[in-house]
Design a protein around this ligand. Sequence first.
Ligand SMILES: Nc1ncnc2c1ncn2[C@@H]1O[C@H](COP(=O)(O)OP(=O)(O)O)[C@@H](O)[C@H]1O
Ligand SMILES: [Mg+2]
Length: 501
Amino acid sequence: MKTENEYLDKAFSAFPKKIIVVSPDFTVLTARGISIGNKNLDIVGKRCYEVFFGLTEPCKNCPTRQVLETGKPALRHGDYASRSSQDLPCLFSYPIFSGNEIEALAIMDYDLLDLDILEGRLHRTNEFLRNLILSSVDAVIASDMKGNIIVFNDAAAQITGYTVDETIGKIDIRTLYSRDGANEVMTRLRSDEYGGKGKLKSCQIEILNNNGESIPIKLHAAIVYEDEKEAATVGFFHDMREDIRIKKELENAQMQLLQSEKMASLGKLAAGVAHQLNNPLGGITLFTNLILEDYELEPDVRDDLNRILKDAQRCRDTVKELLEFSRQTHHLMQPQNINTALSRTLFLLQNQTLFHNIEITRNLSPTLPPANADIQQINHMFMNIILNAAQAMKGKGRLTVNTWLSQRENLSQSEKRVVVEISDTGPGIPDDILKNIFEPFFTTKEQGEGTGLGLSMVYGIVENHGGSVKAENLPERGVKFTIELPLADDKDGGDESGKQA
Ligand SMILES: Nc1ncnc2c1ncn2[C@@H]1O[C@H](COP(=O)(O)OP(=O)(O)O)[C@@H](O)[C@H]1O
Ligand SMILES: [Mg+2]
């Protein structure tokens, strides 16, 4: 108890203000900080008006008189600003009650109410600044010049994975930077070149989270000076991951747009060429046939004409494929089981020599709902993709076909898709040509081996069905083609059981 009071006493003495406490008859009970000239006055037990002013009764404008009348704190009237004696505390008077009675009065040179208000304001300002820092969307981290973290807000915790308690006063700021990042930032902060001395504007860095993963950050930082000495550094860390993701998505969308525009104009071109060739080819075939039928011909001539017919037929096949790509062919859409189409194509192909050393793995969903499809076109599409795979594997490897119903959440019936994946264990497709493989006449095969029309036909057929097709390289090796086709609309329900293992 005694030490508590002693502390209170000391604290009070340390307070650089004047105060006297008087009894209701103006006898000084105690005093602090009172001196007149250089002398510390011994005033306890004496009347204040006597020792201070040599008067025989309390001063006229003494606020204590008013307090004794009203029981409320009072301010000295009149010469507030030009006090006659600068050394005296007689400015404000406050009653000290014992029960209902005024027991004593504290007379001082400062306003307790003002202090309260100031303190309240200070508190609110502090609280506001604290909230400002805490609620910042960007991470705010400050450290003293030794590197001890002194401010670490919730956003900082979110980005780094450390909790606020784990960091403040416990972690060195340098552990948050990758490699020599912290020193680099300090060097830049102290240089003039990055937004002025003591400032660092918008620099791209990487920081490390609590798992040691690096996170791309845009950093604004500053040195906090106190009396021109470096006292702390504060950094605003903006997590760039979301920005980077959005930028990438935008770029992808733009690429896709360009790609589909290119494919559309290629489609028009192909359709134009095909139509132009169709009639003359018809003429060549017709008239060659007429000659063969109408004339007695030497066997050599007959052979040549047959050769013409055969080549014309090859041209017509090409034209047909071009028309398929440009979606100019007529087709018969019906609800079809895609598993059946796939199995039939595989059955036809697996007896070919090219497939003898190819192991075929099938994971076909037994509950796949039908898709709206032209079965001939669909067979054609599978045939092309699977043949390419077998050719890429040079007849040796594994072909895997999967089918399932897309199970992304909250899909409406019209958004559901039959998904077919066809993957091989071939060499894959070089990244720089991946974007070209669906173009007509794009081939990497020797002349005579490939026409470059297979995948463009696949593309046209899938588009025709309102679906999509993409190719990607697998991490191990090989390529995976993914085809998505809309469901037949007259069927309900469908496969809810997901992908089959
Ligand atoms: N499964 C695959 N593995 C590796 N490359 C492939 C595969 N499928 C297609 N390609 C590449 O795509 C090109 C275009 O294929 P396609 O349009 O069928 O024409 P073609 O087979 O006549 O070359 C091929 O030349 C090949 O380079
Ligand atoms: Mg091909």
